[in-house]
Design a binder for this molecule. Sequence first.
Ligand SMILES: C[S@@+](CC[C@H](N)C(=O)[O-])C[C@H]1O[C@@H](n2cnc3c(N)ncnc32)[C@H](O)[C@@H]1O
Length: 243
Amino acid sequence: MPENYFGERVAERYDEPTGEEFEPAVIESTVDFLADLAGDGDALELGIGTGRIAVPLAQRGVHVHGIDLSEPMVAKLRAKPGADDIGVTIGDFATTTVDGTFRLAYLVYNTIMNLTTQDAQVACFENVGAHLEPGGCFVIEVMVPDLQRLPAGEIFRPFDVSATHLGIDEYDLLSQGLISHHYNGKDGKFELLSMPFRYAWPAELDLMARLGGMRLRERWSGWNREPFTAASTKHVSVWEKPE
Ligand SMILES: C[S@@+](CC[C@H](N)C(=O)[O-])C[C@H]1O[C@@H](n2cnc3c(N)ncnc32)[C@H](O)[C@@H]1O
């Protein structure tokens, strides 16, 4: 099992609304997008976490099953009203199998990057391909690698600087590695939390989808189907398993 970076400390504060991902309007457009693709089929969320998306999606009538390796994150999900009908399997979403097939699988909020090797990311696409029914879709929401903002020769990029939080990304350009360092301030003291990621260009993810038996169907820069352009900082991609 990979190392769990979402232990008690992270789970405790995860649902405190800090970023735009926790804004009700953003959650609503995410759920609209996913519910539309699920139709009357079942959905599988990889890295379901505390159910930020799974709970409102289930409330729309979509049957959701999740995979996650963090017991503390899943405990937060289980404590939420509306989570009773959501099944969760504890395991690594790159390799864990669950019963049944799904119309929709989804992996949001940069969570594909938590798989820190190319092999693990490919295994994840293959695992999803094996769980989708023909015509089913895999949706990923992930940042476009931020390399345009990394000065030549540098490996550190501050991405958030405030009185209570200092966020610095550390790049390893050879392995496409990225460690996000978060210095969280409270009562005049800063506590460090560092988490490793692997970034990938959209084209590499398209190739992984092919290895998993899927083809790109749509790519947007947001959940409201905003156009994806060279200036986009993230993408919402949909790959389809052929009928
Ligand atoms: C950024 S959180 C996203 C949670 C939720 N999907 C959301 O959008 O709020 C990432 C989640 O993925 C889980 N995770 C990370 N790597 C994983 C892996 N290899 N297998 C299973 N779960 C993983 C973490 O435990 C955490 O709950």
